[in-house]
Design a protein around this ligand. Structure first.
Ligand code: CMP
Length: 223
């Protein structure tokens, strides 16, 4: 696949002309990160923007006791590392490859020039950041206002909405769910069992399906 075709599949660059795509192809390089490798370290200075071409990464904070909080997981077409480039502050979190991931890297100076030259990229970036803020608001609200069942239900609905609103296509473990909603693996396993017993969700192999959307929304405090 040509670099231009790869770039065109990324929402942030999808509207660029062939000429602009070719130029962007010259500015970016691809890098492969094996599963489990740290791509960015919290507090490091920011030197580049990354786009996931293929794979999955997690944005995490790690406490002094080694506990991990997953702020977000990002997959094909998503970008990260923009915050330090925009505000010149150190990296706000670690970013770790959850599976072997193929990334596109754009150096700081080139990223800043791209934004200046291309208002549509800047607008796309703002739109994506606004979406992230909405998700973060929802998460903060959930942490304060919902019990663990409500938080699990809300997270499952968010993940189903990445797809068709019904099937959760990405593979997620109970431990990862716990790290995303601030709970323990044991509590999440118990909660998942209850949601299955009450016919709100179905789990076949590693695939989770929302069976009763209305009841899930009600549990998640969305109705
Ligand atoms: P930066 O601070 O440069 O490095 C860590 C990156 O993680 C950050 O840029 C964002 O790209 C990403 N990030 C931080 N917080 C979130 C979040 N809540 N949701 C999605 N991505 C995030």
């Amino acid at each position: 696949m040509s670099v231009a075709t790869t770039l065109q599949a990324i929402p942030l660059f999808a509207h660029l002309t062939d000429e602009e795509l070719a130029r962007m192809g010259e500015l970016t390089r691809q890098r492969k990160h094996p599963k489990g490798s740290v791509i960015l370290f919290e507090d490091d200075p920011g030197d580049a923007l990354y786009v996931v071409i293929e794979g999955q990464v997690k944005v995490v904070l790690i406490g002094e006791d080694g506990r991990e909080v997953i702020l977000a997981t990002l997959a094909d077409g998503d970008f990260f590392g923009e915050m330090s480039l925009i505000d010149d502050e150190p990296r706000s979190a670690h970013v770790i490859a959850m599976e072997t991931s193929n990334l596109l890297v754009l150096r700081r100076d080139d990223f800043q020039r791209c934004l200046e030259d291309n208002p549509r990229i800047a607008l796309g970036l703002l739109r994506a950041l606004t979406k992230r803020l909405r998700l973060a608001d929802s998460k903060i609200g959930g942490l304060v206002l919902l019990d663990v069942t409500g938080r699990v239900a809300r997270l499952l609905l968010e993940m189903a909405d990445e797809n068709d609103g019904v099937v959760i296509s990405r593979k997620v473990t109970h431990h990862q769910i716990a790290q995303m909603i601030g709970s323990s693996r044991e509590t999440v396993s118990r909660t998942m069992r209850t949601l299955i017993d009450e016919n709100l969700i179905e789990v076949v192999g590693k695939t989770i399906t929302v069976r009763d959307r209305e009841a899930m929304e009600s549990t998640a405090g969305l109705r």
